[in-house]
Design a protein around this ligand. Structure first.
Ligand SMILES: Nc1ncnc2c1ncn2[C@@H]1O[C@H](COP(=O)(O)OP(=O)(O)OP(=O)(O)O)[C@@H](O)[C@H]1O
Ligand SMILES: [Mg+2]
Length: 239
């Protein structure tokens, strides 16, 4: 069963059509990639799926519910992380996680925060203010926050863009493990094709606001006669 179903989404910003026609699905426990060149409409698509902006046309169904009509219930089962979403900088890491744990009305907020601090190796930073963290450290706080409510769907906009290769590799492993253990599905954007090959069960290619290709990395490579996803990307992006 699809836990996310987007149908024919359209979004215009004045004269710019950011998203022209996007339909996609994410199945239970599936890790799906949304790929495409800068300005293709990936973030705009995610923001519509999250109810942050309203589509000009099309519909979003989450967990079998129409987002427009069951907003609170649908959104309570997912979470989102992106490097461009700022956490309150003056708060300490522990305070931020506590605040979100309470906001999500978790049954055992302290225990859950402690679990995620351990999982993301945030122990040395809990007393530090968010603004005093490096961008990679901040990313780990973002991801810990995003997993607090054990979301059935985790939406991640370039989750590893700020991470060094070692941290990126560890976070990829961790996210994959969390997805497998908790059955959380993920929808991820990334410009790192090796990451996408490693993590994603399926990918959607977006170009000029339209989904131009979809399938597993292997299927797409086969279809485009390419060695790997990097080569598929270049072929798709260059038309
Ligand atoms: N609020 C806005 N107002 C006007 N134009 C916008 C707005 N948000 C996005 N756009 C435009 O919509 C298009 C798609 O942007 P979007 O951020 O979705 O791309 P993206 O695929 O996420 O790119 P990137 O890989 O660079 O993150 C771009 O042309 C962008 O300039
Ligand atoms: Mg983007």
């Amino acid at each position: 069963m699809a836990i996310l179903r987007a149908s024919h989404l359209v979004k215009r910003f004045g004269p710019v059509t950011a998203v022209r026609d996007v339909s996609l699905t994410v199945g239970e426990g599936e890790i799906v990639g949304l790929l495409g060149p800068n300005g293709a409409g990936k973030s705009t698509t995610l923001h519509m799926l999250l109810g942050l902006i309203t589509p000009d046309a099309g519909s979003v169904e989450l967990f079998g519910m129409e987002l427009a009509r069951h907003r609170t219930e649908a959104l309570s089962r997912l979470n989102f992380a992106a490097s461009y979403v700022d956490l309150p900088g003056v708060l300490r890491v522990g305070e931020v996680l506590d605040a979100f744990a309470r906001l999500y009305a978790l049954r055992r907020p302290r225990e859950r925060v402690a679990e995620l601090v351990e999982l993301f190796e945030l122990g040395p930073f809990v007393k530090r203010r968010v603004m005093a963290l490096s961008s990679g450290q901040r990313t780990r706080v973002q991801l810990a926050k995003a997993l607090l409510n054990a979301p059935r769907l985790l939406v991640l906009d370039e989750p590893t863009a700020n991470l060094d290769p070692d941290a990126g590799d560890r976070i990829r492993g961790l996210l994959t493990r969390v997805a497998a253990e908790n059955g959380s599905a993920m929808l991820i954007t990334s410009h790192n094709m090796r990451e996408v090959e490693r993590m994603c069960d399926r990918v959607h290619f977006l170009s000029g606001g339209v989904i131009v290709a979809a399938g597993s990395a292997a299927e797409l490579a086969g279809h485009y006669g390419a060695e790997d996803l990097e080569e598929v990307f270049l072929k798709v992006a260059r038309g």
